[in-house]
Design a protein around this ligand. Structure first.
Ligand code: ADP
Ligand code: MG
Length: 240
């Protein structure tokens, strides 16, 4: 019988772990993308923000998915100087507020949270789709997720669709002319480069997909914060 991922606090904590690891691993590439059309700091910004968020959540573990996303958002806003910090921070904060303090989110509620995150970025940054920003990955991801649920797919398949749409959206920023953020200062010269923020957005959505695939129904490493014996042979993947 297929297990269905539970969108509880442990799921989102696992997402945060994956996101922090992924952003660190991809930091050099994100900064490289931010070199020709920005100021070569996007990888550093994302790494600093997610490292701080991981620490904040470890030090003061939130008790709900909404609480966790609000804490991550708040930390990104306070720890990242670049435009991406307030944008991602506000997006995650808004997503968390949408989820409230329920112990777990339903799949449609995750869809509402994703939509709220995209709306927050658009409100704060004023970017339209096609302006060569993170919106070009986040909006198709949100739409693909909601569309997949409407088609009767489960949450893991819907997140897979979202991750694919985000990646395609990020790649489709290459020929676009930047109309927001630093890249817009370059005008026509912004054409031909992939947007760093759209690229990191695709990574973050990909981590949601990976969190759903890797840990069906599991309750996360150190869910009670008290695993004295550390990661062992009977790792959390084996638990149900
Ligand atoms: P900064 O541009 O301040 O150096 P980062 O390099 O961390 O910040 O992030 C740059 C990314 O932020 C861009 O690639 C773009 O995706 C995103 N971005 C910048 N301005 C906006 C905006 N107004 N709306 C949406 N996304 C934006
Ligand atoms: Mg930058």
């Amino acid at each position: 019988m297929p297990t269905v991922p539970v969108l509880d606090t442990a799921f989102f904590r696992h997402w945060l772990e994956l996101a922090a690891d992924t952003v660190r691993r991809e930091s050099a590439r994100l900064t490289e993308l931010d070199s020709p059309i920005g100021d070569a700091d996007h990888g550093t910004n994302m790494d600093r923000g997610f490292t701080a968020a991981r620490l904040a959540v470890l030090q003061d573990p939130p008790q709900s998915p909404g609480g966790l996303l609000v804490a991550v958002g708040r930390t990104l806003i306070s720890s990242v100087g670049g435009a991406s910090g307030p944008l991602y921070g506000t997006a995650l904060r808004r997503a968390g507020l949408t989820l409230g303090d329920a112990p777990e989110a339903t799949p449609p509620e995750l869809g509402e949270a994703l939509a709220a995150a995209v709306a927050a970025v658009r409100e704060l940054g004023g970017a339209e789709p096609g302006d060569k920003t993170m919106v070009d990955a986040l909006l198709p991801a949100s739409q693909a997720y909601t569309g997949a649920l409407a088609d009767g797919l489960g949450v893991a398949a819907a997140l897979d669709a979202a991750a694919g749409a985000a990646l395609a959206g990020a790649e489709a920023t290459v020929p676009l002319l930047a109309r927001k953020g630093r890249a817009s200062y370059l005008g026509e010269r912004s054409i031909g480069h992939q947007d760093p923020g759209a690229t990191s957005a695709a990574l973050l959505v990909g981590c949601l997909r990976d969190a759903a695939e890797a840990r069906p129904g599991a309750d996360g490493p150190g869910a009670d914060g008290q695993h004295a014996d550390g990661p062992g042979a009977d790792g959390p993947e084996e638990r149900r």
